[in-house]
Design a protein. Structure first.
Length: 296
């Protein structure tokens, strides 16, 4: 694991996760969690349900970001190594988008050479054409499908809002870590203010050099560590005992990550859809509390 991944996944990073309790504050308020044993049961329930969904979508997002070497890191427009601009950019800046772009393989045919074979099938976008879209633009519908499928698996409006808030915070962190990457175009069709948190997490792990399994492991761990950290603050639990509890969950978190990576290549509609109605109700109930320490 490289330093960039450590910075991205560091719980102390300014991504806004400390503002959210993962329904723990509502569970404590309802009397469902009163001590360490209840906390462990709560985390195990999340690991069997919402964590499986988040891990699978994080792994799928990581794979989507990295499944083609040319798409692994799309530079922001104007940045070194950015794809050649489209016609609108050329007209606005005077840039030249008509120069041929050679393939990287030795002796490969070039797009601009007469009668050269084209990678794209007839009527498909061609990189050599002046108005050809970038890879990020071509992937926008796939990101939108992932975002919509995760939305459909999150029936609670409060949880959907919290997920997008977390996605927005992580996106800001990712922009600071990878300032040269285009983090706008791929998600242009996703919901606002930002894609759901697992999508941003998976893409960020890929851009930092991680794998789909690592993205799934990070999502599954966050689903347990977030509520556990909140319980320490809300119940005054022994933080060392809570860490020991999370260590007992480690095999389940690893299994969740492996399963997420195994299904990362499936269609978004076929990804896990495990539900936890009690967590959904707790999230909505939390919004009615007069005094709240956490946003969710």
């Amino acid at each position: 694991m490289n330093t960039l991944l450590l910075l991205l996944l560091d719980s102390r990073a300014p991504a806004g996760t400390h503002h959210h309790s993962g329904q723990m504050e509502a569970a404590i308020g309802a009397g469902l969690v009163t001590g360490l044993a209840d906390l462990e049961d709560f985390c195990r329930a999340r690991l069997r349900t919402s964590a499986r969904v988040a891990a699978a979508f994080a792994a799928a997002s990581c794979r989507l970001q990295s499944h083609d070497p040319e798409r692994a890191a799309v530079p922001a427009p104007g940045a070194p190594g950015a794809p050649r601009p489209d016609a609108a950019w050329r007209d606005a800046t005077g840039g030249d988008a008509t120069q041929p772009a050679a393939r990287s393989e030795p002796d490969a045919p070039r797009w601009a050479e007469p009668d050269a074979p084209r990678w794209a099938e007839p009527d498909a976008p061609r990189w050599a054409e002046p108005d050809a879209p970038r890879w990020a633009e071509l992937d926008a519908p796939r990101w939108a499908e992932l975002d919509a499928e995760f939305d459909a698996r999150t029936p609670s409006e409060a949880m959907r809002g919290a997920s997008r808030q977390l996605g927005s915070g992580l996106l800001r962190l990712l922009r600071s870590l990878r300032p040269g990457d285009d983090l706008v175009t791929p998600w242009a069709w996703c919901g606002k203010p930002a894609p759901h948190h697992p999508l941003v997490l998976g893409a960020g792990v890929s851009l930092a050099g991680g794998t789909p399994e690592l993205a799934g492991r990070a999502a599954a761990l966050a689903a347990c560590a977030g509520p556990a950290s909140a319980a320490v603050r809300l119940l005054g639990l022994d933080p060392f005992a809570v860490q020991a509890m999370l260590a007992r969950l480690a095999p389940g978190i690893d299994d969740c990550a492996r399963n997420a990576a195994a299904c990362a290549a499936t269609s978004p509609a076929a990804l896990p859809a495990d539900g936890a109605p009690a967590l959904d109700l707790l999230a909505d109930f939390h919004l009615t509390a007069e005094v709240r320490l956490f946003a969710s």
